[in-house]
Design a protein around this ligand. Structure first.
Ligand code: ZN
Length: 419
């Protein structure tokens, strides 16, 4: 063997070793991240269903993912406050979304709108850094703001009866025409569509079930089904970050919780049935997870039914929410079967930033859920920090009135949130 040949061999080995260090032993970042928000999902409610094997995809998340409970704000806050904190890692006083209904400078009661949010959401931060995003149905996102990709605001769900003349339901504006065929209104929903959830074949009058209860299930299901279809459609466009929000578990909880204890009542299993349906939806997003994808799911709070106030009276609305919701991660970089301890709703945005290899801002109030990740992944990708993402001018305004305001208030009354 000539010395030159030996040297080449050595060089070759060195090259191979370096390549292994660069690609093989150092895990890459995920190529895309999918987020599924499930309002009010609660492990305690799911437990009997998991034991019966009725939630195969949540079971898969538990066995193959990293899971735990996630703590909401105490005292309890309403869902728009929470989902805005989830998207920003900022406290309610910082992000400015205080509930469902805001009051304008002139004292009018108007639903909070996205333009009143004072800080950047995860989709703003990712867009600014060139990532392609698709955001579907997230609370308080109308009017749809400009992103690098697609944003479908939560106001499209209120078009249940007829087309509302309303700008900026989506970004870009003309996305609305594209997704219009995917929208489901409560009038499109047949009894067959909801038969796995609601007892459509029972004589409602005989069973003492009010007709509005079936209509309510159709309306709630129509919204989630619309978001499901649109999110799967936008996924086809090849985005780096896909986020979708489902409200149905929360709405079902508010309307049907009391029936859970009524043995043999036709409405006893409506909430359980809805969980089973959502489990299937989660499964469809899990099916998109390949070796380069990270999936994150969470709820904003748990659900434990009505509580009594100091005067002994039944408290409704926000008091039905529980302190602990769910969190789960699965896919690229995740340590299978690991338990996440001490998670809070402010931790979601830092964890999403971490997944993109971006620094966490020191003015964010949450932390990266490092429990969820493999140790070699954590070693290869240490958590980094910057001072803030709140650079540039964010134009913040008064809540905007729209033709759907009355519908929103109607729904909030049905949920017991407002009088
Ligand atoms: Zn909620």
């Amino acid at each position: 063997m000539t010395s030159r040949f030996a040297r080449l061999l050595t060089l070759g080995c060195v090259t191979v070793t370096l390549a292994a260090l660069a690609c093989g032993s150092k895990p890459d970042l995920p190529e895309r991240v999918i987020f599924v928000g499930i309002d009010a999902a609660d492990w305690d409610v799911m437990r009997p269903l998991l034991e019966e094997g009725r939630l195969p995809h949540f079971a898969k998340l538990l066995s193959q993912g990293a899971t735990g409970r996630i703590e909401t704000f105490i005292p309890l806050r309403k869902s728009p406050v929470l989902w805005t904190s989830i998207a920003t890692s900022k406290l309610p006083d910082e992000h400015g979304i205080g509930g469902y209904i805001a009051s304008t400078a002139s004292g009018e009661a108007v639903p909070y709108t996205g333009n009143t949010r004072r800080v950047k959401a995860i989709w703003n931060i990712l867009s600014e850094r060139g990532y392609r995003v698709a955001i579907v149905g997230w609370m308080v996102t109308w009017p749809a703001e400009e992103v690098n990709g697609y944003l479908v605001s939560d106001y499209i769900q209120y078009e249940t009866e007829k087309r509302i003349e309303l700008d900026r339901q989506t970004y870009p504006d003309n996305l609305f025409e594209e997704i219009d065929r995917l929208r489901v209104t409560k009038f499109d929903v047949t009894d067959r569509d909801i038969e796995s959830i609601f007892p459509v074949d029972v004589d409602l009058q005989e069973a003492g079930i009010a007709p509005w209860q079936k209509d309510y299930v159709k309306m709630i299901w129509a919204t989630d089904e619309t978001y499901r279809r649109i999110a799967l459609y936008l996924n086809e466009k090849g985005v780096d970050f896909l986020a979708v929000y489902f409200n149905g578990i929360d709405s079902m909880g508010h309307a049907f919780w009391d029936f859970r204890k009524k043995e043999g009542h036709p409405l006893q299993h409506v909430i359980d049935n809805y969980y089973v349906w959502i489990d299937g939806v989660l499964g469809q997003f899990m099916d998109l997870v390949d070796s380069k994808t990270l999936l994150i799911t969470c709820s904003d709070h748990g659900f434990h039914g009505p509580r009594r106030g100091p005067d002994g009276g039944l408290l409704v609305g926000v008091y039905m929410h529980g302190r602990y919701g769910i969190v789960g991660l699965m896919g690229h970089g995740v340590r299978p079967g690991s338990h996440i301890v001490g998670a809070g709703i402010l931790d979601i945005t830092p964890t999403l930033l971490y997944a993109f290899g971006l620094p966490i801002a020191q003015d964010m109030k949450g932390k990266v859920l490092t429990d969820a990740f493999q140790s070699d992944y954590l070693r290869a990708h240490p958590v980094t920090f910057i001072e803030t993402y709140e650079t540039g001018e964010r134009v913040v305004g008064e809540p905007l009135k729209s033709p759907v305001d009355e519908k929103i208030k109607e729904r909030l009354r049905a949920l017991g949130y407002i009088q």
